[in-house]
Design a protein around this ligand. Sequence first.
Ligand code: 0X9
Ligand code: ZN
Length: 359
Amino acid sequence: MSIVAVAPTLQGAFEARLNQLNARFVANALMEEMSSYNETLTNCLNSECELNRPRRQARGFFSHFPRYSEILNYMSALAARHPKNCRYESLGRTFEGRHIAALSISLNSRGQARRVAYIQAAAHGREWITPLTVLYLANELLNNLRAFRRVLEDVEIYLVPLVNSDGYEYSFTTDRFWRKNRHRYAGRTCAGVDINRNFPNNWNYNGASQNLCSEVYSGTGPISESETAAIARYLEYNRHRVKLSLDVHSFGKFLFYPFGYSRNVAAPTRNLLHSVAQRAANQIAKYRGTQYTIGTSAGILYEASGGLDDYAYGNLGIPMSFTVELPGENFHVARSDIIHICKETFAGFIEFIRHVSLY
Ligand code: 0X9
Ligand code: ZN
Protein backbone atom coordinates (compact mmCIF):
# COMPACT_ATOMS: atom_id res chain seq x y z
CA MET A 1 0.00 0.00 0.00
CA SER A 2 1.22 3.54 -0.71
CA ILE A 3 0.06 6.76 0.85
CA VAL A 4 -0.02 9.77 -1.45
CA ALA A 5 -0.78 13.32 -0.35
CA VAL A 6 -2.73 15.35 -2.88
CA ALA A 7 -3.79 18.99 -2.61
CA PRO A 8 -7.54 19.17 -1.99
CA THR A 9 -8.01 21.15 -5.22
CA LEU A 10 -6.44 18.34 -7.27
CA GLN A 11 -8.22 15.52 -5.48
CA GLY A 12 -10.99 15.08 -8.08
CA ALA A 13 -8.61 14.87 -11.03
CA PHE A 14 -6.31 12.54 -9.11
CA GLU A 15 -9.13 10.15 -8.25
CA ALA A 16 -10.37 10.18 -11.84
CA ARG A 17 -6.89 9.21 -13.06
CA LEU A 18 -6.69 6.39 -10.49
CA ASN A 19 -10.03 5.11 -11.75
CA GLN A 20 -8.75 5.15 -15.36
CA LEU A 21 -5.78 3.11 -14.21
CA ASN A 22 -8.06 0.70 -12.34
CA ALA A 23 -6.04 1.36 -9.20
CA ARG A 24 -7.58 0.49 -5.85
CA PHE A 25 -7.64 3.43 -3.46
CA VAL A 26 -9.41 4.68 -0.36
CA ALA A 27 -11.78 7.29 -1.71
CA ASN A 28 -11.60 10.68 0.05
CA ALA A 29 -10.78 9.09 3.33
CA LEU A 30 -7.09 9.36 3.86
CA MET A 31 -6.81 12.29 1.53
CA GLU A 32 -9.35 14.28 3.46
CA GLU A 33 -7.69 13.41 6.73
CA MET A 34 -4.31 14.26 5.32
CA SER A 35 -5.43 17.64 4.03
CA SER A 36 -6.62 18.34 7.57
CA TYR A 37 -3.28 17.18 9.00
CA ASN A 38 -1.41 19.25 6.42
CA GLU A 39 -3.47 22.29 7.34
CA THR A 40 -2.65 21.79 11.01
CA LEU A 41 0.98 21.21 10.19
CA THR A 42 1.25 24.39 8.14
CA ASN A 43 -0.39 26.41 10.87
CA CYS A 44 1.87 24.89 13.47
CA LEU A 45 4.91 25.73 11.42
CA ASN A 46 3.62 29.29 11.36
CA SER A 47 3.25 29.11 15.18
CA GLU A 48 -0.52 29.30 14.89
CA CYS A 49 -1.38 26.04 16.62
CA GLU A 50 -3.37 27.79 19.31
CA LEU A 51 -5.17 29.90 16.75
CA ASN A 52 -6.10 26.75 14.86
CA ARG A 53 -7.91 25.22 17.82
CA PRO A 54 -10.88 27.59 18.16
CA ARG A 55 -11.33 27.43 14.38
CA ARG A 56 -11.87 23.70 14.59
CA GLN A 57 -14.37 24.22 17.41
CA ALA A 58 -16.20 26.82 15.35
CA ARG A 59 -16.43 24.43 12.41
CA GLY A 60 -17.87 21.96 14.87
CA PHE A 61 -16.85 18.72 16.43
CA PHE A 62 -19.05 16.81 13.98
CA SER A 63 -17.10 17.67 10.87
CA HIS A 64 -14.02 15.54 11.49
CA PHE A 65 -13.01 12.17 12.90
CA PRO A 66 -11.69 12.71 16.43
CA ARG A 67 -9.01 10.53 17.97
CA TYR A 68 -9.37 8.64 21.29
CA SER A 69 -8.07 11.46 23.48
CA GLU A 70 -10.25 14.05 21.77
CA ILE A 71 -13.32 11.84 22.31
CA LEU A 72 -12.53 11.46 26.01
CA ASN A 73 -11.97 15.21 26.35
CA TYR A 74 -15.30 15.84 24.67
CA MET A 75 -17.06 13.43 27.03
CA SER A 76 -15.51 14.86 30.18
CA ALA A 77 -16.29 18.41 29.03
CA LEU A 78 -19.96 17.45 28.53
CA ALA A 79 -20.11 16.00 32.04
CA ALA A 80 -18.40 19.05 33.49
CA ARG A 81 -20.87 21.36 31.75
CA HIS A 82 -23.89 19.34 32.96
CA PRO A 83 -22.93 18.06 36.42
CA LYS A 84 -26.53 17.49 37.51
CA ASN A 85 -27.46 15.39 34.52
CA CYS A 86 -24.32 13.71 33.30
CA ARG A 87 -21.76 11.38 34.85
CA TYR A 88 -18.47 10.46 33.16
CA GLU A 89 -16.89 7.15 34.15
CA SER A 90 -14.71 4.30 33.01
CA LEU A 91 -16.14 0.80 32.58
CA GLY A 92 -12.69 -0.73 32.51
CA ARG A 93 -9.58 -0.84 30.36
CA THR A 94 -8.71 -2.17 26.93
CA PHE A 95 -5.88 -4.62 26.18
CA GLU A 96 -3.47 -1.67 25.71
CA GLY A 97 -4.74 0.06 28.84
CA ARG A 98 -7.02 2.74 27.43
CA HIS A 99 -10.23 3.62 29.25
CA ILE A 100 -13.56 2.28 28.09
CA ALA A 101 -15.27 5.59 28.78
CA ALA A 102 -18.97 5.96 29.48
CA LEU A 103 -21.50 8.76 29.96
CA SER A 104 -24.61 8.34 32.03
CA ILE A 105 -27.34 10.86 31.24
CA SER A 106 -30.46 11.26 33.35
CA LEU A 107 -32.81 13.97 34.51
CA ASN A 108 -31.79 13.65 38.11
CA SER A 109 -28.36 12.33 38.97
CA ARG A 110 -29.36 11.66 42.61
CA GLY A 111 -32.40 9.44 42.19
CA GLN A 112 -31.60 6.29 40.20
CA ALA A 113 -33.78 5.76 37.15
CA ARG A 114 -35.60 2.46 37.00
CA ARG A 115 -34.80 1.75 33.37
CA VAL A 116 -31.63 2.00 31.31
CA ALA A 117 -31.09 2.51 27.58
CA TYR A 118 -27.61 1.19 26.77
CA ILE A 119 -25.94 2.35 23.55
CA GLN A 120 -22.40 1.44 22.47
CA ALA A 121 -20.34 2.06 19.35
CA ALA A 122 -17.02 1.26 17.69
CA ALA A 123 -16.64 -2.35 18.77
CA HIS A 124 -14.94 -2.48 15.37
CA GLY A 125 -12.00 -0.08 15.02
CA ARG A 126 -12.48 1.03 11.42
CA GLU A 127 -16.12 2.10 11.82
CA TRP A 128 -15.22 5.75 12.46
CA ILE A 129 -18.65 7.27 11.97
CA THR A 130 -20.18 5.26 14.83
CA PRO A 131 -18.80 7.03 17.94
CA LEU A 132 -19.81 10.40 16.49
CA THR A 133 -23.49 9.44 16.31
CA VAL A 134 -23.43 8.48 20.00
CA LEU A 135 -21.59 11.66 21.01
CA TYR A 136 -24.06 13.68 18.98
CA LEU A 137 -26.90 12.03 20.89
CA ALA A 138 -25.23 12.92 24.21
CA ASN A 139 -24.70 16.53 23.21
CA GLU A 140 -28.24 17.00 21.86
CA LEU A 141 -29.89 15.44 24.92
CA LEU A 142 -27.85 17.51 27.35
CA ASN A 143 -28.45 20.76 25.49
CA ASN A 144 -32.20 20.15 25.26
CA LEU A 145 -33.09 18.39 28.49
CA ARG A 146 -36.41 20.16 28.79
CA ALA A 147 -37.49 19.17 25.32
CA PHE A 148 -36.64 15.52 26.02
CA ARG A 149 -38.18 15.46 29.49
CA ARG A 150 -40.84 12.89 28.47
CA VAL A 151 -38.32 10.59 26.81
CA LEU A 152 -35.98 10.75 29.77
CA GLU A 153 -38.69 10.24 32.36
CA ASP A 154 -37.35 7.52 34.61
CA VAL A 155 -34.80 6.43 31.96
CA GLU A 156 -31.05 6.60 32.31
CA ILE A 157 -29.14 6.77 29.02
CA TYR A 158 -25.86 4.90 29.29
CA LEU A 159 -23.46 5.59 26.43
CA VAL A 160 -20.19 3.86 25.54
CA PRO A 161 -19.16 5.59 22.29
CA LEU A 162 -15.76 3.93 21.86
CA VAL A 163 -15.63 0.28 22.95
CA ASN A 164 -12.54 -0.69 20.98
CA SER A 165 -10.28 2.33 21.32
CA ASP A 166 -7.12 0.26 20.69
CA GLY A 167 -8.43 -0.93 17.32
CA TYR A 168 -9.79 2.55 16.59
CA GLU A 169 -6.42 4.22 17.22
CA TYR A 170 -4.64 1.51 15.21
CA SER A 171 -6.95 2.28 12.28
CA PHE A 172 -5.65 5.89 12.37
CA THR A 173 -1.97 5.15 12.85
CA THR A 174 -1.32 1.93 10.94
CA ASP A 175 -4.16 0.19 9.12
CA ARG A 176 -7.28 2.15 8.11
CA PHE A 177 -9.31 -1.06 7.86
CA TRP A 178 -8.46 -2.63 11.21
CA ARG A 179 -11.53 -4.29 12.76
CA LYS A 180 -10.54 -6.32 15.84
CA ASN A 181 -9.09 -5.32 19.19
CA ARG A 182 -5.29 -5.27 19.60
CA HIS A 183 -4.73 -8.40 21.72
CA ARG A 184 -1.20 -9.63 21.03
CA TYR A 185 -0.06 -13.21 21.56
CA ALA A 186 3.56 -14.08 22.32
CA GLY A 187 5.37 -15.51 19.32
CA ARG A 188 2.51 -14.80 16.91
CA THR A 189 2.44 -12.18 14.17
CA CYS A 190 -1.34 -12.00 13.82
CA ALA A 191 -3.17 -10.07 16.51
CA GLY A 192 -6.63 -9.15 17.68
CA VAL A 193 -9.98 -10.64 18.61
CA ASP A 194 -13.29 -9.64 17.03
CA ILE A 195 -15.16 -8.25 20.04
CA ASN A 196 -18.49 -8.93 18.32
CA ARG A 197 -17.65 -12.66 18.18
CA ASN A 198 -16.53 -12.84 21.81
CA PHE A 199 -19.85 -12.70 23.69
CA PRO A 200 -21.13 -15.90 25.33
CA ASN A 201 -24.10 -16.72 23.12
CA ASN A 202 -23.43 -19.70 20.83
CA TRP A 203 -19.81 -18.64 20.97
CA ASN A 204 -17.76 -19.61 17.88
CA TYR A 205 -20.68 -21.45 16.31
CA ASN A 206 -21.26 -19.62 12.99
CA GLY A 207 -19.44 -16.85 11.11
CA ALA A 208 -16.57 -16.92 13.60
CA SER A 209 -13.12 -18.46 13.47
CA GLN A 210 -10.51 -19.99 15.73
CA ASN A 211 -7.78 -18.83 13.37
CA LEU A 212 -6.00 -15.94 15.06
CA CYS A 213 -5.30 -14.34 11.69
CA SER A 214 -9.00 -14.24 10.76
CA GLU A 215 -10.97 -10.97 10.80
CA VAL A 216 -13.59 -12.78 12.88
CA TYR A 217 -11.29 -14.53 15.36
CA SER A 218 -13.52 -15.26 18.36
CA GLY A 219 -10.80 -15.38 21.06
CA THR A 220 -9.58 -18.17 23.32
CA GLY A 221 -13.03 -18.46 24.92
CA PRO A 222 -16.22 -16.47 25.53
CA ILE A 223 -15.43 -13.10 27.21
CA SER A 224 -11.68 -13.70 26.87
CA GLU A 225 -11.23 -9.97 26.09
CA SER A 226 -11.10 -7.16 28.62
CA GLU A 227 -13.36 -5.01 26.42
CA THR A 228 -16.04 -7.76 26.29
CA ALA A 229 -15.64 -8.38 30.03
CA ALA A 230 -16.19 -4.69 30.88
CA ILE A 231 -19.41 -4.56 28.84
CA ALA A 232 -20.70 -7.92 30.13
CA ARG A 233 -19.96 -6.91 33.74
CA TYR A 234 -21.95 -3.70 33.38
CA LEU A 235 -24.88 -5.35 31.58
CA GLU A 236 -25.06 -8.34 33.92
CA TYR A 237 -25.03 -6.12 36.98
CA ASN A 238 -27.80 -3.94 35.51
CA ARG A 239 -29.67 -6.65 33.62
CA HIS A 240 -33.03 -6.00 35.28
CA ARG A 241 -32.88 -2.27 34.55
CA VAL A 242 -31.55 -2.36 30.99
CA LYS A 243 -34.49 -2.46 28.58
CA LEU A 244 -32.69 -1.46 25.40
CA SER A 245 -29.28 -2.40 24.03
CA LEU A 246 -28.09 -0.76 20.81
CA ASP A 247 -24.79 -1.75 19.25
CA VAL A 248 -23.82 0.80 16.60
CA HIS A 249 -21.75 -0.42 13.63
CA SER A 250 -21.19 0.53 10.00
CA PHE A 251 -21.97 0.12 7.20
CA GLY A 252 -25.06 -0.96 5.25
CA LYS A 253 -28.21 0.81 6.56
CA PHE A 254 -29.50 -2.21 8.45
CA LEU A 255 -31.37 -2.56 11.71
CA PHE A 256 -30.73 -6.08 13.00
CA TYR A 257 -32.50 -7.81 15.85
CA PRO A 258 -31.76 -11.27 17.33
CA PHE A 259 -30.96 -13.91 16.54
CA GLY A 260 -28.00 -13.21 14.32
CA TYR A 261 -26.24 -16.51 14.89
CA SER A 262 -28.50 -18.79 12.89
CA ARG A 263 -31.01 -18.57 10.07
CA ASN A 264 -32.99 -21.39 11.69
CA VAL A 265 -33.80 -19.69 14.97
CA ALA A 266 -36.38 -16.97 15.53
CA ALA A 267 -36.70 -14.69 18.55
CA PRO A 268 -39.99 -15.30 20.39
CA THR A 269 -40.73 -11.55 20.36
CA ARG A 270 -39.60 -10.93 16.78
CA ASN A 271 -42.84 -9.10 15.91
CA LEU A 272 -42.27 -6.54 18.65
CA LEU A 273 -38.59 -6.19 17.72
CA HIS A 274 -39.48 -5.71 14.07
CA SER A 275 -42.12 -3.07 14.77
CA VAL A 276 -39.88 -1.05 17.12
CA ALA A 277 -37.13 -1.12 14.49
CA GLN A 278 -39.64 -0.12 11.81
CA ARG A 279 -40.67 2.91 13.84
CA ALA A 280 -37.04 3.92 14.30
CA ALA A 281 -36.41 3.48 10.56
CA ASN A 282 -39.43 5.68 9.78
CA GLN A 283 -38.05 8.45 11.99
CA ILE A 284 -34.61 8.18 10.36
CA ALA A 285 -36.16 8.40 6.87
CA LYS A 286 -37.89 11.68 7.72
CA TYR A 287 -34.62 13.62 7.72
CA ARG A 288 -33.51 12.99 4.11
CA GLY A 289 -35.15 9.77 3.00
CA THR A 290 -32.48 7.29 4.12
CA GLN A 291 -33.99 3.79 3.88
CA TYR A 292 -32.94 1.07 6.33
CA THR A 293 -33.56 -2.66 5.86
CA ILE A 294 -34.88 -4.46 8.95
CA GLY A 295 -34.43 -8.09 9.97
CA THR A 296 -31.91 -10.48 11.46
CA SER A 297 -28.32 -10.40 10.31
CA ALA A 298 -28.58 -14.14 9.66
CA GLY A 299 -31.51 -13.52 7.31
CA ILE A 300 -30.25 -10.42 5.53
CA LEU A 301 -26.44 -10.37 5.71
CA TYR A 302 -24.82 -13.44 7.26
CA GLU A 303 -24.95 -15.76 10.26
CA ALA A 304 -22.53 -14.68 12.97
CA SER A 305 -22.47 -15.82 16.57
CA GLY A 306 -21.03 -14.27 19.71
CA GLY A 307 -22.54 -10.83 19.03
CA LEU A 308 -23.67 -8.37 21.70
CA ASP A 309 -27.23 -8.32 20.33
CA ASP A 310 -27.81 -12.07 20.79
CA TYR A 311 -26.13 -12.08 24.21
CA ALA A 312 -28.14 -9.10 25.54
CA TYR A 313 -31.42 -10.61 24.36
CA GLY A 314 -30.77 -14.33 24.73
CA ASN A 315 -28.65 -14.50 27.89
CA LEU A 316 -29.63 -11.38 29.82
CA GLY A 317 -33.28 -11.08 28.82
CA ILE A 318 -32.94 -7.48 27.66
CA PRO A 319 -36.21 -7.11 25.74
CA MET A 320 -35.05 -4.69 23.02
CA SER A 321 -31.69 -5.52 21.51
CA PHE A 322 -30.50 -4.29 18.12
CA THR A 323 -27.44 -3.79 15.98
CA VAL A 324 -27.49 -0.65 13.85
CA GLU A 325 -25.43 -0.59 10.65
CA LEU A 326 -25.09 3.08 9.72
CA PRO A 327 -24.97 4.38 6.13
CA GLY A 328 -21.84 4.48 4.01
CA GLU A 329 -20.46 3.01 0.83
CA ASN A 330 -17.44 2.05 2.79
CA PHE A 331 -16.12 2.18 6.35
CA HIS A 332 -15.16 5.72 5.55
CA VAL A 333 -17.67 8.51 5.28
CA ALA A 334 -17.00 11.93 3.72
CA ARG A 335 -16.52 14.54 6.42
CA SER A 336 -19.36 16.65 5.01
CA ASP A 337 -21.72 13.69 5.56
CA ILE A 338 -20.95 13.21 9.26
CA ILE A 339 -23.43 15.77 10.53
CA HIS A 340 -26.26 14.40 8.36
CA ILE A 341 -25.70 10.84 9.53
CA CYS A 342 -25.58 12.10 13.12
CA LYS A 343 -28.85 13.98 12.71
CA GLU A 344 -30.86 11.24 11.01
CA THR A 345 -29.52 8.59 13.39
CA PHE A 346 -30.41 10.82 16.31
CA ALA A 347 -34.08 10.62 15.28
CA GLY A 348 -33.81 6.83 15.26
CA PHE A 349 -32.07 6.70 18.67
CA ILE A 350 -34.80 8.85 20.21
CA GLU A 351 -37.49 6.57 18.82
CA PHE A 352 -35.76 3.49 20.29
CA ILE A 353 -35.37 5.27 23.65
CA ARG A 354 -39.01 6.35 23.59
CA HIS A 355 -39.94 2.68 23.74
CA VAL A 356 -37.91 2.24 26.94
CA SER A 357 -40.04 4.73 28.83
CA LEU A 358 -43.18 3.08 27.40
CA TYR A 359 -42.05 -0.37 28.45
O1 0X9 B 1 -20.41 -8.85 11.75
C1 0X9 B 1 -20.74 -8.05 12.64
O2 0X9 B 1 -20.26 -8.09 13.78
C2 0X9 B 1 -21.76 -6.95 12.32
N1 0X9 B 1 -21.51 -6.38 11.01
S1 0X9 B 1 -20.14 -5.50 10.71
O3 0X9 B 1 -20.06 -5.28 9.28
N2 0X9 B 1 -20.24 -4.08 11.40
O4 0X9 B 1 -19.02 -6.21 11.23
C3 0X9 B 1 -23.16 -7.55 12.35
C4 0X9 B 1 -23.53 -8.22 13.64
C5 0X9 B 1 -24.98 -8.64 13.67
N3 0X9 B 1 -25.30 -9.42 14.84
C6 0X9 B 1 -25.10 -10.76 14.92
N4 0X9 B 1 -24.73 -11.46 13.91
N5 0X9 B 1 -25.29 -11.32 16.09
ZN1 ZN C 1 -19.02 -3.61 12.95
